[in-house]
Design a protein around this ligand. Structure first.
Ligand code: SF4
Ligand code: SF4
Length: 125
């Protein structure tokens, strides 16, 4: 699964160094056309081993980081259609192929429901 950064981001970049999965890049380095810091969903592990998501812990802007869907096979079409429309740019490995949810599922927080994710709930700490 993943978290997602919204237009409420103020590009302070505080979250980038905090991410244990190196999933966050600043806007200029994002693989999509965006004005905001970007989370690579194929890398985000929702900080499942931590008490709270580390990016949200340091973020000064409420609502800048929201829950996205679990990065698992069930949501493969969701992420791949997002990839097709430019919302995401999922990594393609020369030998392993696309790091899609079906091919490379990531850990996610089962305590956050699909409904909360669909409602774009802010990641709270
Ligand atoms: S939830 Fe954790 S792994 Fe995901 S982007 Fe934030 S800091 Fe990185
Ligand atoms: S910490 Fe929050 S405001 Fe700063 S770059 Fe990350 S998401 Fe944006």
């Amino acid at each position: 699964m993943s978290v997602k950064i919204t237009e409420l981001c103020i590009n302070c970049n505080a979250c980038i160094d905090e991410c244990p999965a190196t999933a966050i890049v600043e806007a200029d380095d994002a693989p999509i056309d965006t004005e905001y810091t970007y989370v690579k969903p194929e890398k985000c592990i929702e900080c499942v081993d931590c008490t709270v998501p580390k990016c949200a812990y340091v973020c000064p802007s409420e609502g800048a980081i929201i829950w996205d869907m679990p990065y698992i096979e069930e949501f493969n079409d969701y992420y791949m259609s997002g990839d097709a429309n430019g919302e995401y740019k999922i990594r393609v490995h020369k030998k392993k192929g696309v790091f899609s949810p079906a091919n490379q599922p990531r850990p996610f927080r089962e305590t956050i429901s699909v409904e909360q994710r669909e409602n774009k709930m802010a990641v709270e700490i």
